[in-house]
Design a protein around this ligand. Structure first.
Ligand SMILES: NC(=O)c1ccc[n+]([C@@H]2O[C@H](COP(=O)([O-])OP(=O)(O)OC[C@H]3O[C@@H](n4cnc5c(N)ncnc54)[C@H](OP(=O)(O)O)[C@@H]3O)[C@@H](O)[C@H]2O)c1
Length: 305
């Protein structure tokens, strides 16, 4: 089968980690043609088009949309924001990819799936859906590459920690004494782009991705302090108070249950893990917390001179 046509990147507008948006940019930099799938026409879609991508609008939960968008593509990155329809979207993508006949499907998953089995799932509906999605893609017989990152730096460590580090010099998350090894979405995107550029050697593989160090939140806070040149401490916020705050913010139930489970698993030591997938695939080590905070210093209230 000829391997021509653009590379499809779903979820390309970008919300939290924006892996799809970064992957699009990295592939375009390599001179590869990219079809970027977005949910709606907006500034993000215009920026992708301006960067050189072919932008197509569609809903990953609508089979006809997915068929229209996948047709003509031989390599696909499949990822979308954490949401209740994730498993359905995966199965729609699998059905379409089989019909169209793709040569590589790069599936975004989660590292917690490595700890899951029929007898051992988690209360997170998102993690359960990733586990089931991986099963379904296995049954599909498609040429799949599975990407399993641990927690992204962009969520708990930037979006949630940003305002409290800025206002009080504190990271307030309910992670107890658990260790963690967060990874930057930019590193995850580098892995996905490298695989999409030359999928052959990676087909059938599972890549586990973490940052370079697993440490407790006091260790993480020290890296913030070094990056910002001021004291940042960790405050182990009571889980119930934190959950109440999430609910007050009106996040969807699916996302709230996922976040609450991630915090629970952190407290249980289940995020204490190290994997070398970033370096193995890209040849460069994963970004440290310190480098990530330095890069985003403005969002944490800036670096003291
Ligand atoms: N955050 C973490 O700590 C973490 C860790 C490991 C793995 N992951 C996995 O990474 C993935 C999320 O990646 P990400 O952060 O790069 O995603 P993201 O930036 O949050 O979202 C990507 C895009 O998906 C689009 N989307 C959502 N529903 C759609 C639909 N029905 N049809 C078409 N597009 C849709 C959104 O469009 P709009 O913006 O227009 O709504 C969004 O721009 C998930 O699979 C998650 O489980 C996350």
């Amino acid at each position: 089968m000829a391997d021509s046509g653009p590379i499809l990147v779903t979820g390309a507008a970008g919300q939290l980690g924006a892996v799809g948006r970064t992957v699009t940019g990295l592939l375009l930099e390599r001179g590869l043609p990219v079809r970027a799938m977005v949910r709606r026409e907006d500034d993000r879609a215009a920026a992708l088009r301006a960067a050189g991508a072919e932008v197509m609008v569609g809903d990953l939960l609508e089979p006809a949309d997915v068929y229209r968008v996948v047709s003509g593509c031989r390599r696909v990155y499949f990822g979308m924001s954490v949401s209740a329809g994730y498993l359905e979207a995966t199965v729609i993508m699998a059905a379409v990819a089989r019909e169209v006949g793709v040569n590589a499907l790069i599936n975004m998953s989660q590292l917690t799936v490595s700890q899951m089995s029929i007898q051992n799932t988690t209360p997170s509906p998102q993690q359960r859906q990733h586990w089931l999605s991986e099963q379904a893609l296995g049954w599909s017989g498609l040429p799949v590459v599975t990407i399993r990152p641990t927690v992204f730096l962009e969520g708990f460590f930037l979006r949630f920690a940003g305002p409290t580090v800025r206002d009080r010099g504190r990271i307030e998350v309910p992670f107890g004494r658990g260790k963690t090894s967060p990874v930057a979405a930019a590193d995850v995107a580098r892995v996905v782009a490298a695989v999409l550029a030359d999928p052959g050697p990676h087909l059938g593989r599972v890549y586990e991705l973490t940052g370079p160090r697993s440490q407790d939140m006091h260790g993480v806070a020290r890296e913030y302090s070094d990056a910002l040149n001021r004291e940042v401490t960790y405050y182990d916020i009571p889980p119930e108070a934190w959950e109440r705050e999430l609910k007050r913010e009106g996040l969807p139930e699916h996302l709230t249950r996922h976040l609450v489970t991630m915090a629970e698993l952190h407290r249980a030591g289940r995020y204490d893990r190290l994997a070398d997938g970033v370096e193995r695939v890209t040849g460069r080590p994963a970004m440290s917390v310190r480098d990530f905070v330095t890069l985003h210093a403005d969002e944490f209230g800036g670096r003291r001179s």
